[in-house]
Design a binder for this molecule. Structure first.
Ligand SMILES: [Zn+2]
Length: 441
């Protein structure tokens, strides 16, 4: 008998690898933050003496969901300005509010609220792009969630940095500090080809290559953005990234609602990743990412919520369903993007995009124990014919009961264990009061 920290017995386990597999009456054994075995419950009982044993008879275990694109602390601007097209929304509402309010306290309080929401919805890892990433990293560390923090860069000054040199020097210093943090990762996060100049992007591309880091950037979010770029620069933004040497397996291109067939082939050829944010694209009427075509061409597609100011939530279960339905709708083919494929996009594909597929994204022995338990005994998911189908087409995030990151139980029977929810809510409400007064003034 082998002593282990935790054994979780579950009615179903969907490990995501191999594709489409649904195991019944299996167990996950966890030791030192890692999955040490995935095996039938009777065998587990004979092999292991766990310190803690959980029996989840109405639940399915899945890998932790990966939010591959968000701006976590923008939850504090949730619902501030809605029902507006992207550029009006950004230029007349979001950017002015950010100029006025964003500082380290905003990022700290916003990130806490965002992590509370994400953990309660089964997200175990988020890929962030925002100002003061060192504050985001500190809050993620204190909560125990896995995160990839973006080393943001823009052509214009903000409260965080006044020019490219300062954005990059602060980012590189953070990269150094986080080297020894097992759950914290970094990526370069130049905002977009229309807010970051070609020389700056080229420099970031070289640094990313030297340091082995991903590049996380908004690309082709709307038709208007692509048309304006073409008028100003004589080429499409993706072509500009191609000329600058940024098309590679390091590239995480977010949105991609405007894609020609040759561009899809090029993305597949270079091994770049597309991060699909279906609800943000729908709400801002930005266009439709051709996910079924990208998937068929072999492009790795992952899923993000985008910031809560444009979504307006950080709910990956909602995003999964929308991605599946929208993908089928625009392909005119109900057979594309089946449930297993979409769950893979929100787990393993996200890990792959972030260069973390060896660590998380599926329930495999040797990987970190990033696990979500979903209670499928709710009326909303009965009767049960197929747990994969229930997860993608019927489950709500309130059915997430437990969440582990690297073996630490961060949500236990719906209670957050590392984060003071009452305090996070109190701070968020105080920000709401301040920002509302300023916005109407
Ligand atoms: Zn975004």
């Amino acid at each position: 008998m082998q002593a282990i920290a935790t054994l979780i017995n579950a009615r179903w386990i969907i490990p995501v690898e191999p594709d489409g597999l649904i195991l019944e009456h299996h167990a996950l054994a966890i030791q030192d933050g890692r999955i040490v075995a995935l095996l039938p419950q009777d065998q587990a009982a004979a092999c292991f003496t766990p310190e803690t044993c959980l029996n989840l008879d109405g639940h399915v275990l899945i890998p932790g969901l990966i939010n591959a694109h968000t701006h976590a602390s923008m939850v504090l601007l949730r619902g501030l300005a809605d029902d507006l097209p992207l550029m009006n929304w950004l230029q007349n509402h979001i950017w002015p509010a950010e100029t006025r309010w964003v500082n380290p306290d905003f990022v700290r309080d916003g990130t806490r609220l965002a992590i509370a929401e994400m953990l309660r919805g089964g997200t175990t890892c988020f890929n962030d792009m925002y100002f003061f990433p060192e504050v985001t990293a500190a809050v993620a560390r204190e909560c125990g969630i896995r995160a990839c923090v973006g080393l943001i860069a823009l052509d214009f000054p903000t409260a965080y940095a006044c020019n490219l040199d300062e954005y990059l020097s602060k980012g590189l210093a953070l990269h150094q500090t986080l080297q020894t943090e097992p759950l914290l990762h970094v990526a370069f996060a130049p905002h977009s080809p229309y807010t970051v100049s070609a020389p700056a992007l080229e420099r970031i591309g070289r640094l990313a290559e030297d340091l082995g880091l991903p590049i996380h950037i908004h690309v082709h979010e709307t038709a208007a953005e692509v048309a304006q770029f073409q008028t100003q620069h004589g080429c499409r933004p993706l072509e500009r990234l191609n000329q600058l040497g940024l098309l590679s397996p390091r590239l995480l291109a977010v949105h991609m609602t405007q894609l020609e067939a040759a561009e899809i082939d090029r993305l597949a050829e270079v091994g770049a990743h597309v991060i699909h944010c279906p609800e943000s694209n729908l709400k801002l009427a930005s266009g439709f990412c051709p996910t079924a075509w990208l998937d068929a061409a072999g492009v790795n597609v992952a899923i993000g919520t985008d910031g809560a100011a444009s979504n307006n939530d950080l709910d990956l279960f909602g995003e999964l369903r929308t991605a599946a339905l929208l993908g089928k709708g625009i392909a005119g083919d109900a057979s594309v993007l089946p449930a297993a494929r979409v769950l893979r996009m929100a787990t393993l594909n996200g890990a792959q995009a972030l260069g973390l597929a060896g660590e998380t994204g599926s329930l495999q022995p040797g990987k970190a124990a990033d696990i979500v338990a979903v209670d499928l005994s709710h009326p909303e998911t009965e009767p049960m014919y197929n747990p994969l189908s229930q997860l993608v087409y019927a489950t709500g995030r309130h059915q997430v009961s437990d969440v582990w990151v690297a073996g630490q139980r961060l949500l236990a029977d719906r209670q957050l264990t590392t984060l003071d929810l009452a305090e996070a809510l109190q701070r968020a409400r105080e920000w709401g009061t301040k920002i509302r007064a300023g916005h109407s003034a």
